[in-house]
Write a protein that binds this ligand. Structure first.
Ligand code: FAD
Length: 518
């Protein structure tokens, strides 16, 4: 018997740690395993309404996948280092198994769990699962971690990739009755050090039927139980079945035009897999293997000559995810600090009213506002538009990228510390392999180029729906009267892009210790 601890790997299939713990495939010496998810108060401290809802949806789908196999999901709330040894004891588990997570916070938590298990002589085992190539695996010839993506990609793409891990069958899992018996058998001892919120044995109770620490079989809390509200945003579907459906649909056609179309937010040209990958509802080996099948098709006569490049561009995005994962792994401080130090530090302007207008999607720059409103409505934003709004915040509003990162962290369903941070620091020219500080997006020409018919803008900015695209793309040049006649509800630009561009260049030059006049 083993205990498998789910964290950001909410799936049964292609789960390396789960396959090992259950003895799925051909390892007859291992398993069965009991799966558990723990709501850790330290992790919940960093959560948001959107992400708690998305997590609960993913957990419900995972629980259903276990139920189909005659098992279920143990759910608890509290400190994993206190809960897992007790649960392992109740199950008489030989070991506790999990998949590695690479952020600084996650690694501290895992170290505490390792110490707690060692203290009671329970074996533990951590697997690499979240990425195809673990953060330490790809280094420069001098042995350093990569800070330039293009070099990283060359090694990443040349390396052999593992096949998907086998999914456990029903007999590889502890059945639902066995899980219920384990819950009854937990020795809470002095419950005061076991419960989440200290003192009272019921303090961690998350649902009416749950025991101390909310431990129950398949009984998921509501957001309110965890101290969160239902988000306003419409959050997409969760779980492995939905992820597979999305991937299949994308690889059926869109991937063969991915490079050509991916920058146009009005097109449905990207995979929309990010939240599934963030919560681990689809395994990255499974996703990659599917892209290899698409690559084989791309190379056949059935597809145009440039089809392989299109598929490769998509594989490159999977590699970006792994690139940023290794940046975070080797530099956990980037969560709050610039990766690239400027000699004199950057003197951000940080005007609260301008930042608030950006968050509301009321900057008077249509493509920026459309993106910020998509974020609020769908807990998602198209990649090109993420780059545009991030550039606008940092280089037009001259606001510290951390304001933007925190806002994205709160509102994105796919918020992933490594990718979100990497994206923001790229845009702010403070990151690895960042955009050079003197390359500043013009939000009007970006809108014109990537949303020529203003289809995306009109979808999210209803005030502009009645206007011709040309007028929308000239919004910054219209007179107050023309604006009042065309779309009286929509704001005038809150800043002048050309002026702010000059100010941004001067700000970065000063930060570099250079004379802005030169
Ligand atoms: C300021 C900013 C913040 C971002 N924050 C996040 C975030 O919190 N979470 C997140 O997953 N991505 C983030 N990205 C990267 C990218 O915008 C999203 O991954 C992408 O828009 C998700 O849509 P998709 O799944 O359709 O992507 P696709 O184009 O279909 O790409 C497939 C997958 O590759 C990965 N990927 C794609 N682009 C990138 C990238 N630039 N960096 C790292 N991985 C990438 C994602 O896992 C994505 O699901 C951010 C980008 C920027 C500029």
């Amino acid at each position: 018997m083993e205990l498998f601890w789910h964290r950001r790997d909410l799936r049964v299939a292609d789960n390396v740690g789960l396959a090992a713990a259950t003895g799925a495939g051909d390892d007859a010496d291992r398993g069965p395993a009991a799966p558990v998810f723990v709501f850790d108060p330290d992790v919940l401290d960093h959560a948001s309404d959107v992400r708690v809802r998305r997590l609960l949806d993913g957990l419900a789908a995972l629980r259903d996948d276990y139920r189909e196999r005659g098992s279920d999901l143990l759910v608890a709330r509290g400190d994993p280092e206190s809960l897992l040894p007790r649960l392992a004891d109740a199950l008489d588990a030989e070991r506790v198994v999990w998949n590695r997570d690479y952020s600084g916070l996650a690694r501290e938590r895992d170290a505490a769990v390792r110490r707690a298990l060692d203290a009671v002589d329970v074996a533990r085992e951590a697997h690499h699962d979240a990425v195809l190539h673990e953060p330490d695996a790809i280094r420069t010839n001098a042995g350093d971690p990569y800070s330039v993506y293009s070099y990283y990609w060359k090694k990443w793409t040349d390396r052999a990739k593992d096949d998907p891990a086998p999914a456990p069958a029903g007999e590889d899992l502890v059945d639902a009755d066995g899980l219920a018996d384990a819950v009854d058998a937990v020795d809470w001892g002095d419950a005061s050090d076991a419960v989440a919120d200290g003192g009272d044995a019921d303090a961690g109770r998350v649902t009416a039927d749950a025991g101390p620490n909310g431990l129950a079989v398949g009984d998921l809390p509501t957001p309110a139980d965890l101290g969160f509200a239902e988000p306003d945003a419409e959050i997409g579907p969760a779980g492995t079945a939905a992820a597979r459906e999305r991937l299949d649909e994308f690889l059926d056609e869109a991937v063969f035009a991915y490079e050509a179309e991916r920058d146009y937010p009005a097109e449905e040209a990207t995979s929309r897999l990010s939240a599934f990958l963030k919560y681990g509802e689809i395994g990255v080996r499974e996703a990659y293997a599917a892209t290899e099948a698409a690559m084989a098709e791309a190379k056949s006569d059935a597809r145009p000559d440039d089809a392989p490049e299109q598929v490769e561009e998509f594989q490159q995005q999977l590699a970006w995810r792994e690139f940023y994962t290794q940046v975070l792994f080797h530099n956990p401080e980037v969560v709050t600090a610039n990766y690239k130090a400027y000699e004199e530090g950057i003197e951000w302007r940080d005007d609260p009213e301008e930042i608030a207008a950006w968050k509301r999607g009321e900057t008077g720059y249509p493509i920026v506002d459309a993106g910020m409103r998509q974020l609020r409505e769908e807990a998602f934003m198209h990649n090109r538009v993420r780059m545009i709004v991030a550039s606008f915040l940092t280089k037009d509003l001259l606001a510290d990228w951390r304001h933007g990162y925190d806002h994205f962290r709160e509102h994105l369903a796919d918020h992933d510390t490594a990718n979100d941070n990497g994206g923001w620091q790229w845009a702010a020219s403070t990151g690895t392999d960042a955009q050079p500080y003197f390359r500043i997006f013009n939000p009007m020409t970006q809108g014109e180029r990537y949303d020529p018919d203003a289809e995306y803008i009109k979808k999210y900015v209803p005030e502009l729906r009645g206007l011709d695209a040309d007028l929308i793309h000239e919004w910054h040049e219209l007179s107050p009267t023309q604006r009042a006649n065309a779309a009286p509800e929509y704001p005038a630009p809150i800043v002048d892009h050309s002026e702010r561009r000059e100010e941004a260049l001067a700000m970065y030059k000063r930060a570099r210790g250079e004379d802005p006049e030169e």
